[in-house]
Structures are given as C-alpha cells and as structure tokens.
Write a protein of this length. Structure first.
Length: 561
C-alpha cells in the first residue's frame, strides 16, 4: 500500500459564508445554456471532429435549440478558424443564435480571433487566463497583480478590436480559469478589473464565467463560492454570472444546479458530458432534471435517439446504457417487483393528474422511446414484467394464476440460457408450455343441441391417427364437453380456473381461453386461440388432457372405440 497514501492530500479549505441563501432556493426557470461541444468537448477527443462532423454537431445543436454555441478556439488552429469562417460565409448561423469564440489574453491571439468572426451578426468573445494559486505559483510565477495585468490588458485589446467592427453585436465574457482554486476575493478582484475596462451596463451586460476547471470540492462549496462572488462583484445588475463545471469528483451536474441556486444565470456544458478528463457538465442530464420537475428546459430533447446517434458519430464515443435519461437501459426494468409496480401504475395512470409511475421519473414517450423498452425479462424478472410483455406485445391478459405459473417457466429458461428473454422467445415458451400439445386428442368438429335447459354435445375427435365420436350432456356446452371426455377417458376432469378475452376490438377478432384443469386430482394449465370462443375453450381443455396423457398415459374408454 506504499503507493496508495492518502496523507499526501489535504482537504479543501473550509469556506466561511455567513447566512448563505442558496439552500432555500429552487430552480424554477431554465438558465441561459451555452454548448461548448465544438470547442471544449472537441479538444478532449482522441480524434477531434473533422469538418463534416463539426457541421453535423452544429446542425444538431441548433436543432435542439441552443442560442449560444462556442464554436471554437479560432486562434489556436487553422481547422477551428476555417470552421468559424464557414459558418459565417455560408450563412449557417440563425439570427437568434450567438456564436462564442475562445481566446487567451494575448494580443496576437485576440486579434486573430476577431479576424475569424468578421461579417458575423452576433459574437461572444470569451477571454480567459488562469488565476489559481497553483497556476500563479508554478506556471506563471506571478503574483496577483501580474495575473490581473494579463487579464486587464487582454480586455483592453478586445475592446479596441471590437470598436473597429461596429457592425457586429458584441458580447464580452471573462473567465478566471480554475476559479475553484482561486481565492474568492481575488476572483472578484480580477473580474472587477476586467469589467471596469469593458464598462458594462444593465442594457449591455458582460459575462463573468466561473469555471470549476478542476472539481476540487463538494458541490455545496462551489455554491458558496458562487454566492460569495455574486454578493461581492461590482455592478451586479450589469453582470451575467455563468458556471462551467467539470466532473472530476462526479458532481458536475450537482455543482451547476447549486450554482444556479446560488445566483448564476447561465450554464456552459456539453451533450452527455464529453470533455477533458472525466468530462464537462452534462447538459442533457441537467436539462432533463429540470424537465422532470415541471420546468421547461427550453431545449428540445424529444428525439433522444437521434441526438445520441449524431453525438456518437461525431465524437466516436458511445453513450453508456445507464446514462441518465438517454441510456438504452434506463427505462428498462428487470426486477420483478419493479416490473409489477410499473405495470400497475401504467394501468392506473390518470393523465389529468400528471405523471405518477413508480420507478420512472419521466414518461419515456417524451424522449421518443416506447413502452416496449420498459420491461425486459431475465432470471431476475417476475410475473408482473412477463404479464406486461405478453399484454403489450401480444394482447394476452394472463390471469394471475397463469402469471405465477408462467413466470416459473420463464425463470427456469432464463437461468439455464443465462441470457435475456426476448418478447419473441417469451411467446415461443408460452406456446410450447400451453398451446402446442395437440396429441393424442384434437378437435375436428362438434354439434350442440339444447333441450329443456340441457346441452347435448356430439364431437368428433382425432385420437392419434384414428377418429372417435364422443357424446355428453350438461347445463352448458363446457359441462357437456367435460362429460363427453370423462366418458371417453374414464378419468375425473374438473375445470378449476377459466378466463377468456378477445385479442382485439374488431368484429372478426379471435379470442383466447385460459384453463386450469384438474385431471384425477392433478392440475394442468393450457390456452387456446380461435375465432370461436367455444372452440377455443374445447381446444384448451383438450390440451390439458393431452398434457395429462403425456405425464400419465390414459387409456381410451373401450365403449367409445
């Protein structure tokens, strides 16, 4: 354990915020979203997006409804510069969308950045420099004043460049990079210095973006830092506070949500959280979190499979099957108790009362998913899930006694095969267990006569390769058929359970009959489908008799040979 020594690390310093207000706040409106997929997300890819992939990603982001999109770091590479030029020259930017371009606080990079956006209508120029204690000490070897000078000089160059292009609607943004590793008072100090250069007003605001470039502490600490910043920044009514969280501790979404509660109005992130190291804040999940609370996220995520397909093609990264809201398996239940609860809630759901379904925080249909994906069958599944699949796939409303019995059949198969049981395989098992036992007896034809409340039945049955005729009496047709079979087999036959229903609503619909039949004290379950409910009932009874025959061969009555 010599290489695994926790003593080399120190806890994040306690943040003393007096009378913090954010714990009492709720998020009741969508923030301003800014996608950084084409820049922050792209730079983290093993294989950065090519021109075609960037264009697909851009089109997707616009279609989803992003109004602010960081399109690149145009001064850092020719591909980024050329992509920005393509968007502008080919008139691909909607009038209500602002492109954002990133630049370090260096004269040549700033000037190159402004060159890249000439001819655009609305542009956010995003200036940044590192301000954290560790960066100041080991990377820049400068004190606070030196770091502030870098930021202020960059702001001055930006202002001068913008004045040369009065035809563009400019928005300025400054990020004290590694905000979470920067002393709160210094973060405010450097942002105030930059804002004084830009001279924002309530009608012409600047953005101060507060990046958790590396997630260093719990989300509540980040919220404290954001609230403290909001309370101390000058001209707060002229500043849009933005958050940009990373996922090093797995809490980027929580940190962004608490950051909004702490006073921020804007969120930067990527689709599905792609980004450096463990990734950026996942906008898909955060937006859907709002949606699940009845808040309009102002992003259209209703075609989730289309979004996933595009994101995977462009990034060459696969979305985890358990990814919140979007994953292939997140609306699938394998547990028997979960399946039963979902099935019952869906049956009792009153749309006028809003969505109230156990284990499902949102309706999968809202994301373009179907209920067919909700319940999947394996060895952990129960009768409720199996019944749900049989009803939704095949319109079979299995009675409870058959649910219990069939679930044991399915579980045994799943344990033996060690695989998921598909709906098709489920139907095959049902047929094999309850419907495909046609020997030795099968129904050929029957006649019914009714006299004085008594049914007389005469039926022709196949028996192996021969044919026999049976006759019975009863108060109903089923009782008469049972009487005929008892005479034919010399065995006791009693209907224990009976259920039937139509398989559809049209007049030519077939019906299914479910039977549990006691034969000499042993119970056998069966089912049969026919357009005639009487024929279905007779066939189900014969199936039970055949099951008994295979288990305990019965002799045919000599008198009916």
């Amino acid at each position: 354990m010599a290489n695994f020594d926790y003593r080399k690390y120190r806890p994040f310093p306690k943040f003393d915020l007096v009378s913090r207000a954010w714990p009492d706040k709720v998020i009741d409106a969508a923030p301003r979203w800014c996608s950084v997929d084409l820049r922050d997300g792209n730079q983290a890819l093993v294989e950065p997006m090519n021109v075609h992939q960037k264009r697909r990603m851009w089109d997707l982001l616009v279609k989803i409804g992003f109004k602010e999109i960081e399109v690149g770091f145009p001064s850092a590479s020719k591909p980024d510069f050329d992509f920005v030029r393509q968007l502008i020259e080919e008139n691909l930017i909607p009038d209500d969308v602002t492109i954002q371009v990133l630049t370090q606080a260096r004269d040549d990079l700033i000037e190159r950045t402004f060159e890249s956006v000439r001819g655009a209508n609305r542009v956010n120029v995003h200036l940044y420099n590192s301000t954290s204690t560790v960066q100041r000490e080991f990377v820049f070897r400068k004190g606070r004043d030196g770091i502030t000078d870098i930021a202020v000089h960059g702001a001055q160059v930006m202002k001068r460049c913008a004045e040369n292009h009065p035809d563009i609607q400019w928005e300025f943004q400054y990020s004290p990079e590694s905000f979470t590793g920067t002393e709160p008072d210094f973060a405010v100090e450097v942002c105030n210095a930059v804002n004084r250069v830009w001279q924002p007003s309530p009608d012409n605001k600047v953005i101060n973006n507060l990046p958790a470039t590396v997630e260093l502490a719990t989300p509540n600490i980040y919220a404290d830092q954001v609230e403290w910043f909001c309370n101390h920044i000058e001209n707060r009514d002229s500043v849009i506070v933005s958050v940009h969280t990373h996922n090093d501790r797995g809490c980027a979404i929580a940190a962004a949500e608490l950051g909004l509660m702490a006073g921020a109005e804007r969120v930067e992130g990527t689709l599905f959280g792609n980004g450096e190291r463990t990734g950026n804040m996942d906008i898909i999940t955060m937006a859907m979190n709002l949606y699940s609370q009845g808040v309009d996220p102002e992003l259209d995520l209703s075609r989730m499979d289309e979004i996933i397909s595009c994101a995977e093609d462009c990034t060459r990264l696969f979305i985890h099957p358990r990814h919140p809201y979007a994953g292939e398996l997140v609306y699938s239940a394998f547990s028997g108790s979960h399946q039963d609860a979902i099935r019952k809630c869906l049956k009792g759901q009153d749309e006028g009362e809003g969505w109230r379904v156990a284990y499902l925080p949102i309706d999968p249909r809202d994301l373009g998913r179907s209920y067919q994906e909700l319940i999947r069958i394996n060895s952990q599944s129960g009768k409720g899930g199996i019944a749900y699949i049989m009803e939704n796939e095949y319109n079979l409303q299995l009675p409870r006694w058959m649910q219990i019995e069939f679930s044991a059949v399915v579980q045994q198969h799943a344990e033996k095969s060690e695989t998921e049981v598909s709906p098709t395989r489920l139907w095959e098992l049902f047929e094999q267990e309850y419907m495909e036992i046609n020997q030795p007896y099968n129904l050929i034809r029957y006649q019914i006569k009714r006299e004085n409340d008594t049914e007389t039945l005469i039926a022709d049955l196949g028996y192996d390769t021969s044919k026999i005729q049976v006759k019975g009496l009863g108060k109903g047709v089923i009782e008469a058929f049972i009487d005929a079979l008892q005479q034919a087999t010399s065995h006791s036959i009693i209907i224990v359970e009976y259920s039937e229903h139509a398989l559809s609503q049209d007049t030519s619909a077939k019906a299914i009959t479910y039977m549990q039949v006691s034969i000499d004290g042993m119970r056998y379950s069966s089912a049969a489908i026919n357009s005639d409910i009487i024929s279905a009932s007779f066939k189900a009874i014969l199936t039970a008799v055949n099951l008994a025959h295979h288990q305990f061969p019965m002799e045919q009555s000599a008198s009916l040979n």
